[in-house]
Design a protein around this ligand. Structure first.
Ligand SMILES: C[S@@+](CC[C@H](N)C(=O)[O-])C[C@H]1O[C@@H](n2cnc3c(N)ncnc32)[C@H](O)[C@@H]1O
Length: 248
């Protein structure tokens, strides 16, 4: 039996070329966003925190596909992905980012203003507290989760608890999207054996890495997949993109 499953990334070299080719053949990003990304790569010690330009293209495309006008991001770093959402929702839309580090949050505010994304705000604080306290006048169309991996199940629970049918100030609208970044974490969520070279490389490349994160990501993926209110799709692209559509 031959399975219909294409191996796009047989090795690192092909994988890089496939990504570059896809980058060149996907929705264009405005010059301001490309320059913002260059600034992150040039100036930030932890620039690998930020999404790639290709992921920015895909998130922009998805936002437009669902006609998103309001986006919430959990884990903002220095603001590049918030700027991506701010561009995608247009000037009549709005974006809120939640960031624990006051330094990162301030850098994000400064750069968003410098690059002219005035339809975005950044709230400082631990998102486990700030998320639960949000009372949006209108629900968000998309909630993007990209903060500490150990928090993913808790964030999902708060989103579901505070997006009940008929609830005032609910967080996510019916049909809204939950997007969890890094849901497969270098493939470690699916394969933690020695077959996966990331078992050796990840701790060296990631600060504050905790192997318990894998268990939390697995729990998040299982919650998304098994929850009766969510239609889930786990995409093996980038570092794993966990997508969920809230049904009610
Ligand atoms: C992967 S980075 C986010 C990258 C960003 N979304 C981007 O693409 O540019 C994760 C961020 O989450 C923040 N973070 C970690 N724990 C957090 C928490 N409990 N609440 C809010 N932010 C948190 C970190 O300070 C870091 O800036």
């Amino acid at each position: 039996m031959i399975e219909n499953c294409t191996t796009l990334y047989p090795n690192d070299i092909v994988g890089r070329k496939v990504s570059e080719y896809s980058d060149q053949h996907s929705v264009p990003l405005p010059e301001g966003l490309v320059k913002y990304h260059e600034w992150v790569l040039r100036s930030q010690e932890h620039s690998h925190f930020t999404i790639s330009l290709l992921e920015a293209r895909m998130l922009s495309w998805m936002a437009r596909m669902v006609n998103a006008k309001r986006v919430l991001e959990i884990g903002t770093f220095v603001g590049f992905s918030v700027a991506t959402w701010a561009n995608a929702v247009g000037k009549d839309g709005s974006v809120t980012g939640l960031e624990k580090s006051p330094e990162f949050a301030q850098m994000a505010r400064d750069q968003l203003s410098r690059f002219g994304w005035n339809n975005a705000e950044v709230v400082t604080g631990d998102a486990l507290h700030t998320l639960a306290r949000l009372e949006p006048p209108e629900p968000y169309d998309i909630i993007f989760i990209d903060a500490q991996k150990s928090g993913y199940p808790a964030y999902l629970k708060i989103i579901l608890d505070q997006s009940q049918p008929g609830q005032a100030n609910r967080l996510l609208r019916p049909g809204g999207l939950i997007i969890g970044d890094n849901a497969l974490r270098c493939g470690l969520v699916a394969d933690e054996s020695d077959d996966n070279p990331a078992t050796k490389t990840v701790p060296r490349h990631t600060i504050n890495w905790d192997w318990n994160n894998i268990a939390f990501l697995d729990e998040f993926n299982k919650m998304m997949h098994g929850h009766p209110r969510i239609e889930a799709m786990l995409l093996p692209v980038f570092d794993g993109l966990g997508l969920g559509r809230l049904l009610d």
